[in-house]
Design a protein around this ligand. Structure first.
Ligand SMILES: [Zn+2]
Length: 290
């Protein structure tokens, strides 16, 4: 394909991400309140006036309206343009990493994009309300095994199954890769929560995080699930420390850090799978020596 063609496709993908981001904003606000995400049309949260299409253009409308509602002049949350722009960037980065660099399948790209959308909605709801809605995690937990059946190129099977038995049927292998991912990743953080409760005598980890990690493992496989588990605390420290030092609230939602770590693992899949393989080799060698 020509250079212009590739640039054009990427612009189109970015634009698509902006529009989907606009829909994700609706999900972030309506899912926790149990309101339908398709009906009614968008309204101003404050004056309930319907938002016309030209005031609903991703990112741009926010700046045209100078961040205020056209009717009641109430300030519009900066979360709207941020989520839209972020979704555009995510669509583009995953496109580059899954399709251009790794030469993956289009079906894999579509499922990874849905996965990222679930992470974005889950993270922003978690930031706002400190919960990760079941609508998000259950959708992911069900969708990941389905995706692995519909698109067997979804997991890199050799690495996704690893030490677990390889059968000769690619559908069974792909499905197993997803299930093992769910149980290893979810189990890891579940044990972490049990241990934390024993040590600190209070809930260290919510069950929402367990389901979120299960979903991440289902999409990325158990090795990247483990990589996400170890990467997330670094982001947690990076963002959480200043907040702790400034003593601005003591509850730090963990979902966004898990999501960010999972996203980084998705973008640099091969690197993180290699890293986990190396560590596993070292541990297994040590184990055999004992
Ligand atoms: Zn208004």
């Amino acid at each position: 394909m020509s250079i212009q063609g590739i640039v054009l496709i990427q612009l189109w993908i970015f634009g698509l991400g902006l529009v989907v981001g606009s829909f994700l904003n609706v999900c972030i606000h309506r899912i926790p309140e149990g309101i339908s995400i398709v009906w009614p049309a968008s309204k101003c949260v404050y004056c309930s006036k319907r938002i016309v299409w030209y005031d609903n253009i991703p990112v741009l409308s926010y700046f045209f309206l100078r961040g205020k509602c056209r009717h009641c002049q109430h300030k519009i949350s900066a979360q709207y343009p941020i989520v839209e722009f972020l979704t555009g960037i995510v669509f583009l980065l995953v496109f580059r990493s899954v399709l251009i660099v790794s030469g993956g399948l289009i079906c894999a790209y579509i499922f990874f994009i849905i996965f990222c959308c679930l992470l974005i909605v889950g993270s922003f709801v978690d930031l706002r309300l400190h919960i990760i809605p079941n609508e998000i995690t259950y959708t992911g937990l069900i969708l990941a095994p389905i995706a692995s059946l519909l698109c067997t190129g979804f997991h890199n099977l050799n690495s996704a199954l690893g030490y677990f038995n390889n059968s000769t049927n690619q559908w069974i292998d792909s499905f197993l890769a997803s299930l093992i991912g769910i149980f290893v990743s979810g189990g890891l953080i579940f044990l972490c929560g049990v241990f934390g409760k024993l040590v600190f005598r209070k809930d260290a980890m919510g069950f929402g995080d367990v389901k979120l990690m299960g979903m991440i493992g289902g999409f990325l496989g158990w090795k990247l699930g483990i990589a996400t588990f170890f990467l997330a605390p670094f982001f947690g420290l990076l963002f959480g420390l200043p907040k702790l030092i400034l003593k601005r609230g003591n509850v730090i939602p963990y979902g966004p850090f898990l999501s960010l770590a999972a996203f980084i693992c998705l973008l640099f899949k091969d690197y993180f799978v290699g890293l986990i393989d190396n560590y596993l080799d070292i541990y297994l060698t040590l184990f055999q020596l004992l």
